[in-house]
Design a protein around this ligand. Sequence first.
Ligand code: ADP
Ligand code: ASP
Ligand code: MG
Length: 440
Amino acid sequence: MAVVVAKFGGSSAADGIQIRKIKAIVDSDPGKRYIVVSAPGKRFSADSKVTDMLYLLKTQIDVSAPYEQVLQVVKERFLGLEADLGVDVGIADEFSVIEKKLKDGASADYLASRGEYLSAKVIAAFLGYEFVDTAGLVLFNEKGKFLHDETDAALGATLAKYERAVIPGFYGTTPDGNIKTFSRGGSDITGALVARAVKADVYENWTDVSGFLMADPRVIENPKAIKNLSYKELRELSYMGASVLHENAIYPARLAGIPINIRNTNLPDDPGTIISADDEVHGGQIVTGIAGNKDFIVIGIHKNMMSNEIGFIKLILSILEDYKIPIEHIPSGIDTVSLVIAKKYLDDKLDDLLEEFEKKLGADSIEIFENMSLIATVGHGMASVQGVAAKLFNSLTEAGVNIRMIDQGSSEMNIIVGVETKDFETAIRAIYDAFVAESS
Ligand code: ADP
Ligand code: ASP
Ligand code: MG
């Protein structure tokens, strides 16, 4: 029988109603042996995620503000789950431990991890599965760097002892035993690690949408779902902001050749999206998906005969290195080069950086474009069809969007355009209409 690892995200673990859906899904397939869960997410749009409340708790403590109420709200959510689902996992006692640790100066990572820890305890009891903690199994070094192979060995050896288990997502431990979390959304990574460790046949990632959609549903109403996506396309889309799956969840699955199936807990019969190494072009489709990210700054540098000047780009990069500023893209022309940088890295450094450029580059002009967004249009089908770029640029021009920058990846499966953030939504809609709506 195929071994399935199923990860359920925050919305799937939000309350008793959702957790009953998890049980129905798990019970329908005996192959679903390893279940990875997130902390309870939002039950309705104005609700708070448990993880956000746990971080808030830490902030309250750090500024010596009252924290008892926040702690109480989180505790009541878990007590409510325990009562609703008719399980007893000792939530009250668990909170005594947490409160004691809080008083002893618990870290933000420890506190945040309790959301997943308690969620997994409750869901394990409700499913009748064993609870297996990831402390001591998902491993980081003393500097907080994640250890892939050590984790694979530790998880694999322990999980082999369990026929069925529920495993908390999001965190592991450093060698001193302290809890360390991945970045936000990191339960997706744990799911992929477990899938690799147990040599699963498929990694199911259950969320609140029927698969990876061709564009962000918050921008495009009812976008089409993608049936097949390659790991490479997924990586481009996730990196560029399609936030369905954490970008670091791809590597372990890809390494082990395990397909990822994105599914909808609320519509379990929908087939969702299959993500695999398969990079065939399906059904003549040109564009597979569109994703974008706001909050970039573009620095345009113009210098006559720049292309003849050996070491010019190297000089720019070394200045950026001195300022510890990572760079997203460097599209260049004969006499120009543009530096695309995430705004967060420039917040307090832009003026100094510009001064340094003025001093050292001898440029004819340096222009700053603030409030820029990047939009990636991705698809293996783009490489084999002529005129894709022209069609994309036309669609933007017709929609009245100014293109400030173009970067066509060497893989030919990706065209990135820089537009002003005020045009972000219009631009995504224009591209979607040109390539997707038109072809359906
Ligand atoms: P979970 O809590 O299950 O981990 P997430 O909130 O992390 O779920 O991811 C699912 C959400 O990702 C969707 O509800 C949707 O709003 C958002 N999203 C952004 N881009 C896309 C896309 N291209 N396809 C599907 N969902 C997307
Ligand atoms: N609960 C964590 C978060 O909200 C991890 C996750 O849900 O994947 O970021
Ligand atoms: Mg997520």
